[in-house]
Design a protein around this ligand. Structure first.
Ligand SMILES: [Zn+2]
Length: 223
């Protein structure tokens, strides 16, 4: 079941014509942001949710986000940074949307959108999106396979993209932030640095969007 606890509870509340806030209060989680329950759900709360919703403890726990490795956990956003424009209309919130490598909705295939879109954002070209989609797939394979070499390579791409976009923050934040420009550039770079030396990768990216021109290797990035 790919349903995320927060979305499942929201739909349940909707179905029963009550407020999600009331359900949270009922299970002793009043005042908490519902998305927090998707991670680190205490057994006591899970038991109360199971009782209130007439399901079982195992099912409630299965709606939270497990992480196989520390990196997988780090690349799973605590807050919903993207959502499916189609499925979210129906109140659905799915687990995989929180993963840094999620690009398209696995339920309907639509491209995921940032949850806080900026009105001035320029839509990336099809070429950039194609590469970003490949980058996302490579990141997923690296993390899921716990492959140190692939992870290292992917993160080199991210470091490069951060320099290009002048993003100040961690690579984890760049990959799961609200800025599609930074995120898409990171994913695109993961794809581009796979087989090319950095200066070639920079040139390819510069050719497409013009943003990397100013950031061609200056020697301080050790790729
Ligand atoms: Zn969808």
């Amino acid at each position: 079941m790919d349903d995320l606890l927060s979305g499942w509870l929201a739909r349940l509340a909707n179905f029963n014509h009550c407020d999600l806030v009331d359900i949270l209060a009922h299970v002793g989680s009043e005042g908490r942001y519902v998305g927090v329950l998707d991670f680190g759900l205490e057994d006591s709360v899970a038991r109360r949710i199971a009782a209130v919703t007439r399901t079982n403890f195992e099912l409630v726990h299965s709606l939270t986000l497990p992480a196989a490795t520390p990196l997988e956990a780090a690349l799973t956003a605590q807050f919903p940074f993207q959502k499916c424009p189609v499925c979210s209309v129906r109140g659905v919130a799915l687990k995989h949307w929180r993963r840094a490598w999620a690009f398209d909705c696995l339920m309907c295939g639509a491209q995921l959108n940032p949850t806080m879109p900026r009105p001035d954002i320029v839509k990336p070209s099809t070429k950039i999106l194609r590469r970003a989609r490949i980058g996302a797939r490579l990141l997923k394979a690296a993390v899921k396979g716990n492959n140190a070499r692939q992870i290292h390579r992917a993160m080199r791409g991210v470091a490069f993209a951060m320099a290009v976009t002048r993003f100040r923050g961690s690579s984890l934040a760049a990959l799961q932030g609200f800025s599609p420009e930074v995120r898409i550039t990171c994913l695109e770079a993961i794809c581009t640095v796979q087989k090319k030396p950095l200066f070639k990768a920079a040139r390819i990216m510069a050719k497409v969007d013009g943003t990397a021109k100013a950031s061609l290797p200056k020697g301080h990035l050790d790729f």
